[in-house]
Ligand binder design. Structure first.
Ligand code: C2E
Ligand code: MG
Ligand code: MG
Ligand code: MG
Length: 286
């Protein structure tokens, strides 16, 4: 009502903007505390399986925040804030440390000689720009004692391209630590094919929007096929994300997509539940 009196929608709009800014600011403050305290933040693990048989191949670490008053917040809400404020650097370090330690504990639970599982951890553009990244990663590897070959870092195309020239050097130095690199959400960014084959990456992750489009149209299917074929041509592994139906899984394995993750197999799980995947190493989703 007041907004109308004072001359239309503009004031109302400003108030909304202001409220949103305050909200962001309070989340930022809370996130800073949460990172320092560490206990509201935890890591969920989503199984990644080999197609078509569904054998457990690894996990993706996905951060979760149980906010004391707002409840569980999605990373799509707080990761952007963490990126803008630089909090992604200490947050990313926390996730990397926990994920490496977790994989070491899980590896110890498995039979000797079992095929090693990998642990995939997301890296944002801002982290790639952090001058201490190499040191942070080196430290997490050494401190946890994980076999570096079990670690995969996921970066989006845009992150990789953002400081393209310098990034290539950094990626090679990360690779020299013995870990593996993956391009996340492939197909959604502005990637350049000429860069793609110069980046020392080991795998591509087909974005879930393509997987979702697959069952809707032949064009959708063709897009996924092109990405899978491209990956093979570049001698990269392919991991499809967002597999929700048995039909998706069948289409993907017919295209020789090697790996997949999605609700069909499992949602991201708290550590204790993820561990039951390891002890049983069962075939899920069918
Ligand atoms: P992402 O790396 O592409 O992760 C995949 C997202 O898809 C996850 O969302 C996962 O829960 C969701 N997902 C998995 N299976 C399915 C499915 O079958 N259907 C659908 N519709 N979705 C599925 P989540 O956990 O909400 O994370 C969102 C994004 O937040 C991630 O996308 C990643 O970009 C970012 N993120 C999460 N944790 C971290 C982190 O520790 N560090 C950084 N830098 N980013 C993170
Ligand atoms: Mg990812
Ligand atoms: Mg992804
Ligand atoms: Mg995605």
């Amino acid at each position: 009502e007041r907004a109308v009196e004072s001359g239309g929608g503009t004031c109302l709009y400003d108030e909304t903007m202001h409220a949103a800014q305050l909200d962001r600011l309070s989340l930022e403050t809370d996130l800073r505390h949460a990172i320092d305290a560490g206990d509201q933040l935890w890591v969920a693990y989503q199984p990644i399986v080999a197609l078509p048989e569904g054998r457990l191949a690894g996990f993706e670490a996905l951060v979760r925040w149980d906010h004391p008053t707002r409840g569980r917040l999605s990373p799509t809400v707080f990761i952007p804030i963490a990126e803008v404020t630089g909090l992604i650097v200490p947050l990313g370090r926390l996730v990397l440390h926990r994920a490496c330690h977790q994989m070491v504990r899980w590896t110890a639970m498995r039979e000797q000689g079992a095929e090693p599982l990998f642990m995939s951890v997301n890296l944002s553009a801002r982290q790639l720009g952090d001058r201490d990244l190499l040191e942070t990663v080196t430290e997490a590897l050494a401190e946890s004692g994980i076999d570096p070959a079990q670690v995969k870092l996921e970066l989006t195309e845009s992150a990789a391209m953002s400081h393209a020239g310098e990034t290539i050097g950094l990626l090679w130095r990360l690779k020299a630590l013995g870990l593996r690199l993956s391009i996340d959400d492939f197909g959604t960014g502005y990637s350049s094919l000429s860069y793609l084959h110069r980046f020392p990456v080991d795998s591509l992750k087909v974005d879930q929007s393509f997987v979702a489009a697959m069952c809707r149209s032949t064009e959708g299917r063709d897009m996924v096929r092109i990405i899978v074929d491209l990956a093979h041509m570049l001698k990269l592994d392919v991991i499809a994300e967002g597999i929700e139906t048995a039909e998706d899984a069948k289409l993907l394995s017919d295209m020789a997509c090697g790996f997949g993750q999605g609700y069909l197999f499992s949602a991201p799980l708290p550590p204790r539940e993820a561990a039951s995947w390891i002890t049983s190493s069962e075939i899920a989703g069918r």
